[in-house]
Design a protein. Sequence first.
Length: 402
Amino acid sequence: MDFDALFQSQLDALKDEGNYRVFADLERRCGAFPKVRNHGPGPDKVTVWCSNDYLGMGQHPDVVGAMVDVAQSSGTGAGGTRNIGGTAHHHVALEAELADLHGKQDALLFSSGYVSNWAALGTLGSRIPNAVILSDALNHASMIEGIRHSRADKVIWKHNDPEDLDRKLAACGDRPKIVAFESVYSMDGDIAPIAEICDVAEKHGAMTYIDEVHAVGMYGPRGGGVAEREGLMDRIDLIEGTLGKAFGTFGGYITGSTALCDFIRSFSSGFIFTTALPPSVAAAAKASIAHLKQSRVERDAQKRQVARLRAKLDAHGIPHLSNPSHIIPVMIGDPVKCRMISDILMEDWGIYVQPINYPTVPKGTERLRFTPGPLHSDADIDHLVAALNDLWSQCALSRQVA
Ligand SMILES: *Cc1c(COP(=O)(O)O)cnc(C)c1O
């Protein structure tokens, strides 16, 4: 068997469809973000427009300082799993910070947000006898894989539709039910009707599980997410988040009751059998959370730049999905065009925005996803809109009349 030939033929098919992924080779410089050094095709210096380090906390002096200090005082790696020698005081302190952020009794750290969803849903679905998991149709791959791994029954409900959820919960009878959904959906930027979902879940005695990965640090008076902003944190049984996006570091977590966190801690293979986060990473994440709990400067500046970009796109008739979040999807609807526009933006304009193609989004809904932040200047926004305006004329793309 010529395995390489097999690999290559599948890669060639991906390329023909326009769905082959090419990574941008970039180098961040503290203090300069979102301007970065480009090691790939195009100018040396480019502006990043698709980062999930939404608030630029990855270069915040308190956060970088905490990581450097703890690397110097405690060393680099954790040295073991949480159970066998790997628990550092910095993990314990970070878990307390996270429990406080979400108003919960306890929290539990994981290697990433992906692993936290996979491990928590996998454990709940497999260890709760006769459980059924009701999953929003647009849930993230990490939740889908966790549910699949649990081998529990799964029922998919219509995206953001509490009435469909109500009907489907009713059909489950008196089995233990878990309702799994997100707050901010990362590709369309829409936000779940959390209160209505909680009403329906409560009516049927179901547990609620929310992924606030794109909302933590960003929404609510202390950056506790959309559920904090709407005063709903106490109605959600399990809140899951990441330390890798708005908090600018790395890792994932869940928060909930003491019994819930202890249950996942004790039974989840994805928590037990892997080396703990580096203590320096935990310290940096804690510094970032602590900063965003008491500072709204970053959130306010980000909202301003999001509104500014939206208004300028509208003024030029460049179509984008309207939504109540910080994510601005500009729809292209074709994988090859999407890739081409992204290449031209990078090479001719020094603008880095990754094309978002299948399987991240459905075929025919390919898009450029812009995430303006507090560190994008007004001039950066003007430059981006000038570039898009030029491309829209050159490529005869359709405009939207406001
Ligand atoms: C990015 C993402 C995750 C995974 O978080 P990581 O920390 O990057 O592993 C989970 N859920 C959603 C909705 C995400 O977009």
